[in-house]
Design a protein around this ligand. Structure first.
Ligand code: CA
Length: 232
């Protein structure tokens, strides 16, 4: 059996944990469970985990705090949050240490599996095409080691942010609409709303722009989407 990935589910409701686990194991994922955030943090310290499915409402420390602490220590870990309502998207994705994706309860387990697979593709190791180091203005992107620098200072990006910046930097001057970004970064089978793109762009701007409120590199193309500033 080839393992598709190592997933940790942090959720206090046993029924949800079990049903996510069954669906993931059917697809050859290794699944670990934690019923609290504290236990979840303990597991990511000790074991190799690729992606975390993280409930927001937990006894003890909540999902936001768990997400923040995991990201601080393991910037490249994939995080999908479970939320009871959709309005949380800004808070879930928008924070500096925010999640890559989210699912609203109740959800279809097959959709969660699709999103997990799509996020794992973003986290996946480099390909042979990624050997080049691309520089643009103050930025340097090393796709092989998946590192990103501004003025030689390393900027920590989540797997999703890295995938977006890679798409932009490899296509300077090209305008992408939100659905294109969704398809190219989240994957063709992604079913979701494009707000997740806007929230990720906002987070990226706060990390890479000199003045995030007046972005220079990631331009907004009104009525369409976004564009990485063309060559000067
Ligand atoms: Ca819960």
């Amino acid at each position: 059996m080839e393992l598709n990935g190592r997933i940790l589910i942090v959720e206090d409701e046993e029924s949800i944990r079990k049903f996510v686990k069954i669906n993931l194991e059917r697809d050859d994922f290794l699944v670990r469970e934690a019923e609290t955030g504290e236990k979840g943090l303990e597991i990511v310290q000790k074991e190799e985990i690729d992606l975390v499915v993280l409930d927001i409402m937990l006894p003890g420390i909540d999902g936001f705090e768990v997400c923040k602490r995991m990201r601080e220590q393991f910037p490249r870990i994939g995080i999908i949050m479970l939320t009871a309502k959709s309005q949380d998207v800004d808070k879930i994705i928008g924070l500096e240490h925010g999640a890559d994706d989210y699912m609203i309860k109740p959800f279809n387990p097959r959709e969660l599996v699709l999103r997990i697979k799509s996020l794992l593709r973003r986290i996946e190791g480099p390909t042979i095409d990624d050997l080049n180091i691309i520089t643009y203005g103050p930025f340097k992107m090393d796709a092989y080691s998946r590192r990103f620098y501004k003025n030689d200072k390393k900027i920590e990006l989540t797997p999703t942010e890295f995938s977006i910046i890679k798409l932009f930097i490899e296509n300077p001057g090209r305008a992408f609409n939100r659905d294109e970004v969704l398809n190219l970064v989240w994957g063709y089978d992604f079913i979701g709303d494009s707000k997740i793109v806007d929230v990720n762009i906002r987070r990226l701007r706060s990390k890479i722009e000199d003045q995030p409120s007046d972005p220079y590199y990631i331009e907004t193309v009104w009525g369409l989407g976004y564009r990485w500033k063309g060559k000067e």
